[in-house]
Design a protein around this ligand. Structure first.
Ligand SMILES: Cc1cc2nc3c(=O)[nH]c(=O)nc-3n(C[C@H](O)[C@H](O)[C@H](O)COP(=O)(O)OP(=O)(O)OC[C@H]3O[C@@H](n4cnc5c(N)ncnc54)[C@H](O)[C@@H]3O)c2cc1C
Length: 530
């Protein structure tokens, strides 16, 4: 049956991509009074923005690449973001074990410099260098909330218990955790609340200039219906597809390129009992993290491997699994093996192609390019980190503003995301309040709801007096009331959206339970979103 072609009103911005960068720009622009339409071909955060290590971090290792601007911006940003979303983000301590005999193969600018001025240092990352890096980390970024660095005696500290006995000393520093895919959804919701139109399961097929406008042809992937949207400016925030969009779907001449670097994680049963993370240095010059994850698990990652094409699904290969297990086993007293793995995930970093020789060395900084020759302007977004998404959106607005009359200045710092309107140290009080108001919740359930929805948890629970009042129980404390909220307010359309991006309950539901949820989503759930 031929697709029906209809037309939509003209908007100021048309954003391609519902990852963190597209949604962050949509939110910022809507708050400045621009009319915004955003199209995401799958679910929000379906691609890279749900596959990160989930850290708001300065990026300690980028100091070795002299990426001071990026590190400083990211360090300052951690606390701004933490204040705006104290439900989905929280501080974490990172323990970096050190041993004087450690040797590294590394071609970072720092190691090259050391090798030249102090040839006897070749292949080493001496303790003073790590301390210098941590001193900069403590002081570059206006730290107010997060505690600073300290030296740890691993022979006496609980952090030493799960580690190989050869490690006696470590350095401990702060960064923040963030639920990456929830961050994306909350930005999309806030954008919508400020007037944006958010379309998921909507693929951009083609965008062509019509004088001062862009004509953007989209396809609804559920119905096959096609529409043409017109907009004064196009924003290409297609992440790993940014280059492909430029070469195919968008009519524009450009030589900018993107370098696709895959990163994989493994999730194991919980490997240790305390709540701190580890920062392990590898002999290959790389680093990995081991992070307490979803209470009962440990997250280990990541790898760096060139990835051929965005349409090739990113998967954690057996070799990557083996590499991460071996890497972690060098530090943990017990061996980490593939039998410990309960889940893996993998994502593709859309890095600006700066000609770096290795995937590890390619810049993590972002680059924004506007093309306005030949008609209506297009802004292309390359690179960037979850941590810098809000600053990236502000920089994008600086590039966008000259084309529009918008009075409003930067506004997103200090404005909470949905559910985040409470103090940074207010989570425990919120959990206790929820338990008092809803005595049928146990501590774990209440904590999960507060960590996901913050002050909005009460809106989901409503007037419920018993767990049965929340409707069907899908397993692992996931109820019909919560799923209905995710469908009606948070764009969830499938069981995977609920289990792997709005939550991580996929780690706990059985296959049968997940299948029952999918049935509900396609029946009752579909009716709820019309
Ligand atoms: C392994 C790994 C670990 C990382 N860890 C961290 C970390 O700990 N901290 C940190 O700050 N950063 C981290 N990052 C970086 C961060 O995850 C990314 O920079 C960020 O998620 C990129 O977001 P994005 O919006 O540009 O891309 P994406 O999230 O990929 O979004 C792009 C979207 O565009 C959509 N799209 C593409 N083509 C079309 C089309 N034709 N029509 C409609 N939609 C389309 C895609 O479906 C996709 O959802 C990590 C990255 C990786 C891979």
């Amino acid at each position: 049956m031929p697709a029906i072609q209809t037309s939509e009103p003209v908007s100021d911005l048309f954003v391609i991509g519902g990852g963190i960068n597209g949604c962050g720009i949509a939110r910022d622009a809507s708050g400045r009074g621009l009319s915004v339409v955003l199209a995401e071909m799958d679910d929000l955060a379906q691609a890279t923005s749900s596959s990160s290590t989930k850290l708001f971090h300065g990026g300690l290792r980028y100091l070795e690449y002299f990426e001071f601007r990026l590190v400083r911006e990211a360090l300052i940003e951690r606390e701004t973001l933490l204040r705006a979303m104290p439900h989905i983000s929280w501080p974490m301590r990172f323990v970096l074990p050190y041993h004087p005999s450690m040797r590294f193969e590394s071609d970072t600018p720092t190691s090259k410099l050391l090798g030249t001025v102090m040839p006897w240092m070749k292949g080493r990352r001496p303790a003073w260098l790590i301390r210098l890096g941590l001193f900069m980390y403590d002081n570059l970024g206006g730290r107010k909330i997060l505690p600073g660095t300290r030296t740890v005696d691993l022979r006496a500290d609980p952090a030493g218990v799960p580690l190989n006995a050869e490690f006696e000393t470590a350095y401990e520093y702060s960064d923040c955790w963030v639920e990456d895919s929830r961050l994306v959804v909350l930005n999309a919701r806030d954008a919508e609340a400020r007037g944006a139109k958010i379309m998921t399961r909507t693929r951009v097929l083609h965008a062509a200039r019509e004088g001062d406008l862009w004509a953007v042809e989209v396809e609804d992937r559920e119905t096959g219906a096609r529409r043409t949207h017109r907009a004064k400016m196009l924003v290409n925030a297609g992440g790993p597809w940014v280059g492909k969009l430029l070469k195919g779907a968008i009519d524009v001449e450009t030589r900018e390129g993107v370098r696709l670097v895959r990163g994989s994680h493994i999730v194991t049963k919980r490997l240790y009992d305390h709540d701190k993370c580890y920062f392990f240095q590898g002999t290959d010059g790389r680093i990995i993290f081991a992070i307490p994850y979803e209470t009962d698990f440990t997250l280990i990652g990541t790898t760096d491997a060139d990835h051929p094409d965005p349409s090739t699904p990113a998967e954690c290969t057996p070799e990557e699994q083996e590499y991460l297990c071996r890497f972690a086993s060098r530090y943990f007293e017990r061996d980490v093996t593939r039998e410990d793995i309960v889940w893996t995930y993998s994502g593709v970093r859309p890095l600006y192609d700066d000609g770096a020789s290795s995937a590890t060395a390619a810049t993590r900084d972002y680059t924004l390019k506007v093309h306005a020759e030949g008609g209506a302007p297009v802004l292309n977004v390359f690179g960037g980190k979850i941590t810098t998404y809000r600053r990236l959106a502000e920089s994008a607005m600086e590039k966008i503003a000259p084309y529009f009359e918008t009075e409003r200045e930067r506004w997103t710092a200090g404005v909470p995301l949905p559910g985040g309107d409470f103090p940074v140290d207010g989570v425990e009080a919120l959990i206790e309040g929820l338990e008092t108001a809803y005595p049928f919740l146990d501590r774990r359930w209440a904590r999960r709801l507060v960590r996901a929805y913050g002050t909005e948890a009460r809106a989901i629970l409503g007037t419920a007096k018993t767990a049965q009042d929340l409707g069907r129980d899908f397993g692992a404390t996931l109820t019909e009331a919560e799923v209905a909220w995710l469908v009606e307010k948070e764009y969830a359309r499938s069981a995977d959206d609920v289990l792997w991006r709005r939550s991580k309950l996929g780690l706990r539901l059985t296959e049968d339970q997940a299948a029952a949820l999918e049935d509900w989503m396609q029946g009752e759930g579909a009716a709820r979103h019309g």
